[in-house]
Design a protein around this ligand. Structure first.
Ligand code: HMG
Ligand code: MG
Length: 304
């Protein structure tokens, strides 16, 4: 694996994408403890919450309390989602240094998720991006439904390119490509990245793959081969989107780490420590980890 070097950055999603779809909202205190435990594993980017409407996503209420409690000078970035200026201002008041806007490549998903068209969403993001840049905050953009939409089916890669292009033009430093419902296959991933990388720098693309159809690791391998070196993952495979019914979690951080370690790629993240955090948060949630590597490693520990 040479394209892009052998170092990979993992962006941990559990405190936001992981918990936003759980039936029982966790208190800010437990979310803070989750982030602190994750921060001790070697991760350098941990998505800490979302400044969205608590009526829409009650699980993310209290993201201001969570963010304000974190140490922002310890070499770890704590991005948060902001859908509009109201969210941006609240995030900034809580001390955000990294904010992410989130668009979609599918009109129907955009309406269900953020109650506006793609074009309207980009107009809402424009002042957010301007303010973030003016204040020196790091800005990430998500594009959802890059390979499939729960309401419209397969999504045209050209639509992904069009939205990504707009987000880059507004100043996003990185675009995270969301396979929101996990329907993408390696062939679709290769096709999408071949188109995007004709125009966009691969070093500024991230892979955000949900594992609903068990394709995420295969798709990540294709993305790595194409030169992508930033991977979003969620400890224990927690996650989903409240506006993508039936979608399961992000690819498990344990699964990604196990694969990357086996490939000799470096992340700086300790797999055993991640397994411990996954076991802890699953205890809080009263459910087993979805990550296969987490389950296998836990079983191996018990048998030795
Ligand atoms: P809206 O109803 O169109 O907004 O929602 P509005 O401007 O008309 O305001 C309505 C109410 O919401 C007002 O309150 C506002 O103050 C309030 P009221 O007067 O009724 O009491 N409001 C807010 N409150 C808190 N924070 C805010 C905010 N903005 C307005 N920022 C809105 C539009 C975007 C707010 C809404 O649709 C929303 O919050 N949606 C949540 C979307 C979400 O969090 N989805 C999950 C994350 S995206 C994802 O998971 C995909 C990703 O992982 C990548 C992938 O996998 O593809 C990123
Ligand atoms: Mg997601």
């Amino acid at each position: 694996m040479t394209a892009g070097g052998d170092a990979v950055t993992l962006v941990e999603m559990a405190p936001r994408d992981g918990l936003q779809n759980e039936a029982t909202p966790l208190t800010p205190d437990i979310r803070i403890e989750l982030i602190q435990r994750l921060a001790s594993t070697g991760l350098t980017q941990i998505e800490a919450g979302a400044f969205v409407s608590p009526k829409w996503v009650p699980q993310m209420a209290g993201s201001d309390t969570v963010l304000a409690s974190l140490q922002h000078d310890a070499g770890i970035r704590y991005p948060v989602l902001v859908p509009n200026m109201k969210g941006f201002e609240a995030a900034q008041a809580a001390g955000a240094r990294d904010v992410s806007v989130f668009a979609a490549a599918s009109e129907s998903f955009s309406r269900k998720n953020i109650n506006c068209s793609i074009a309207e969403s980009l107009e809402r993001f424009r002042p957010v991006c301007e303010a973030a840049q003016a204040q020196g905050l790091r800005l990430r953009g998500y594009v959802s439904c890059v390979m499939g939409c729960p309401y419209e089916g397969p999504v045209d890669p050209e639509a992904v390119l069009a939205v990504s292009r707009e987000l880059f033009a507004m100043g996003c430093e990185e675009i995270s490509l969301g396979d929101t419902i996990g329907t993408g296959t390696p062939a679709a991933t290769r096709h999408l990245l071949a188109l995007l990388t004709q125009e966009l720098p691969v070093g500024r693309l991230a892979a955000h793959f949900h594992d609903t159809y068990g394709q995420a690791l295969a798709n990540l391998l294709v993305a790595l081969e194409a030169g992508v070196r930033v991977i979003d993952a969620s400890v224990a495979g927690l996650g989903g989107c409240p506006y993508a019914k039936g979608a399961s979690g992000n690819v498990g951080t344990e699964d990604v780490l196990y694969m990357l370690n086996g490939m000799g790629m470096t992340t700086g993240v300790d797999l055993d420590a991640i397994v411990d955090v996954g076991a802890w948060i699953c205890e809080q949630l009263g459910r087993p980890p979805a990550s296969k590597a987490a389950r296998a490693l836990a079983a191996r520990r018990q048998s030795t």
